[in-house]
Design a protein around this ligand. Structure first.
Ligand SMILES: [Zn+2]
Length: 442
């Protein structure tokens, strides 16, 4: 039997016209669903003077945006899930909580049908990154309230992979088990992989490459899409690294790289509409290669907590709009960063992921760990911007290193930095899934 190339060939290679029709049909269903069942959306549409039952795919853009702050507020007003919830609580089979890095965590509910939708999208992701029946998968993500753990497990069961539910605890015990059982594939976040690398090398004297991993799929933050960061992980673990991205409010993964690694494909066909808007004017834009855009998502197949035109706050670069060499038709992007994390120095937009790339190019003089210190929100950022950089195992002359880093940042990112070097190990990852690279004053 020939190797099955896609988890869902029909959806992953669908042509744009057919997809548009499917989106139109499901969007109309979804808008009726929220109109009839959600007090939050009923009020929102009434205030905007819009009849959602007249809206289709080609008029979607006339609906107002939904933002995270509204979700937080409606969850306080109508606990636990908020006024956008469309089903009774006894129909909810699972509740997850977002990590809450930018405020109080929000809750996400799933019905049985919603949870099957997540299984389907996640199976597309795992299949595209090489998981097959019997693949030994190391689940190095938080198992618990966080959306990824349990959902990943369920999708991997669907594929009949062999799951190692290690979670993020007890690295040394996990390493021992991996030695006995062998491992093919790991799913995690770049920050957690850095932590594992540190524990293996520094504390236990183990070469991470000795585990024999073939593939890592990393999400939760933009790291795996930053060329220097990806290269470092690939060299250290001697495996292929795939970049993936999702959001608690829609699905744990909605974008993934394929074996061509030419940007992350959209894989939520039939369940979510991804729109692109201009981050400054908030006007819809027709995606073109190389363009910078902000993502807006609309659920079209969600029972419990559907969101319409949700401004998620992710900035992306469009990498490809045509059919990929893998045959998938899902548009391809690279995540540039969170809109919230972007800062402006004298008119120049700077993303932490770009700073990460410049700093990581100085390895092994640095480790790649860094922090950017900014004033409190609302205060102007005056150069030089303090950038704290951790010395690597082979730093050379620190005076020259500081000068070289400042020059590279100036040349490549067009802002003036004041690099402060800190000893090796001072910024070492602590075992969390994400790292905070921007530290703001109070
Ligand atoms: Zn592809």
């Amino acid at each position: 039997m020939p190797e099955r190339r896609y988890w869902n060939e029909e959806m992953e290679t669908i042509d744009p016209d057919r997809l548009w029709k499917l989106e139109d049909e499901r969007l109309r269903w979804q808008l009726r669903w929220v109109w009839e069942r959600s007090s939050f959306y009923r009020r929102k549409f009434e205030e905007a003077g819009i009849d959602p039952l007249r809206i289709g795919r080609d008029t979607l853009q006339s609906l107002p945006f939904t933002v995270k702050e509204e979700i937080r507020r409606t969850q306080e007003e109508y606990p636990p899930l908020g006024g956008h919830a469309c089903v009774a609580l006894h129909e909810v089979v699972r509740i997850h909580a977002s990590s809450g890095t930018t405020g109080k965590p929000t809750l996400v509910g799933l019905t049985e049908a919603d949870s099957r939708t997540w299984n389907e999208i996640l199976a597309r992701f795992f299949w595209a990154t090489g998981v097959r029946p019997g693949t030994r998968v190391w689940l190095a993500v938080t198992l618990g309230w966080y959306i990824a753990g349990l959902s990943f497990y369920e999708a991997l069961r669907e594929i009949r992979a062999t799951v190692y539910p290690s979670g993020t605890m007890e690295a040394s015990r996990t390493f021992n088990i991996l030695r006995r059982a062998g491992v093919d594939y790991m799913v995690s976040s770049p920050t957690f992989v850095n932590y594992l690398t540190n524990v293996a090398r520094e504390r236990l004297g183990i070469d991470p490459a000795s585990f024999g991993l073939k593939v890592m799929a990393l999400g939760g933050e933009p790291g795996a899409g930053v060329p220097q960061v990806r290269q470092q992980i690939e060299e250290t673990w001697r495996c292929k690294v795939y970049d993936a991205m999702g959001t608690a409010d829609f699905a744990p993964i909605l974008w993934t790289e394929c074996e061509a690694q030419a940007g992350m494909h959209f894989i939520g066909q039939g369940f979510v509409i991804a729109e692109f808007i201009d981050p400054e004017t908030a006007q819809p834009i027709e995606p073109r290669e190389g363009m910078l855009a902000e993502l807006v998502y609309t659920a079209i197949h969600r029972e419990c907590v559907p969101l319409i035109r949700f401004r998620i706050g992710d900035l992306v670069r469009i990498e490809g709009i045509g059919k990929c060499e893998c045959g998938r038709t899902g548009i391809r992007i690279r995540c540039v960063g969170r809109v919230d994390d972007m800062f402006i120095v004298r008119g120049v937009n700077v993303f932490p992921s770009a700073v990460a790339d410049v700093i990581a190019s100085f390895r092994p003089r640095v480790t790649g760990e860094f922090q950017i210190r900014l004033p409190a929100r609302g205060f102007p950022i005056e150069p030089p911007v303090p950038v704290i950089v951790e010395l690597g195992p082979d730093p050379g002359d620190p005076v020259k290193l500081k000068k070289d880093l400042e020059e590279a940042i100036r040349a490549q990112l067009i802002f003036r930095a004041n690099v402060q070097l800190v000893p090796y190990g001072e910024l070492a990852p602590t075992g969390a899934m994400k790292r905070q690279v921007i530290v703001r004053g109070e």
